[in-house]
Write a protein that binds this ligand. Structure first.
Ligand SMILES: CC(C)(COP(=O)(O)OP(=O)(O)OC[C@H]1O[C@@H](n2cnc3c(N)ncnc32)[C@H](O)[C@@H]1OP(=O)(O)O)[C@@H](O)C(=O)NCCC(=O)NCCS
Length: 146
């Protein structure tokens, strides 16, 4: 059984687990430092959900961002990743469900996410959990390195 909880403290175990997981999500993003993780964990806008296996080992993470804008309280799910060795046993589903519960508890009207079409397992997961594909253009502005 996978257990999912919001991270409350940033310790070496969490820093190392996220450092193992981030490269499985992005080839370009460096893993966050302990201070960067602490900023995520302490921010009222973000919740870092952590999935653990039966032995208590961290096997996945998901970040939920909830914010208030003129059209209401909205939420985004970002950076969903489960360790390659632990996939296919429901950790992804448990992370998404915990995030949806967290978003609902904070009054979010909608929960959005994006996922590249080649992320097939992720796209199946989101559709299975009730997300619907929207017809909208997704834009990104990438800042120049300072
Ligand atoms: C997408 C991702 C997070 C899914 O994590 P996961 O833990 O494998 O997800 P789940 O186990 O809940 O679901 C995966 C599959 O296992 C199956 N499964 C879930 N629980 C199961 C169980 N108890 N027994 C057998 N199979 C199970 C699901 O039905 C699903 O099958 P399908 O994808 O073939 O339809 C993971 O593949 C991942 O980290 N991918 C790389 C990073 C990525 O793409 N992230 C998403 C960014 S948008």
């Amino acid at each position: 059984m996978t257990r999912v909880e919001p991270a409350a403290v940033v310790d070496e175990e969490l820093v190392q687990a996220v450092a193992r997981l981030v490269p499985q999500l992005s080839r370009s993003a460096p893993p966050p430092t302990a201070a960067e993780l602490a900023a995520i964990v302490s921010s009222p806008a973000t919740t870092l959900f952590v999935a653990r296996d039966d032995g208590g080992r961290i096997i996945g993470v998901l970040t939920l961002a909830v914010f208030c804008i003129p059209t209401g309280v909205r939420a985004w799910i970002e950076d969903v990743v489960v360790d390659g060795r632990a996939r296919g046993s429901g950790a992804g589903r448990a992370l998404v469900r915990a995030a949806l519960e967290g978003a609902a508890a904070q009054g979010a009207r909608t929960v959005d996410l994006t996922s590249r079409p080649d992320r097939e397992a992720a796209n199946r997961l989101y559709l299975r959990e009730g997300f619907e594909a929207r017809k909208t253009n997704v834009y990104r502005y990438t800042a120049e390195p300072s």
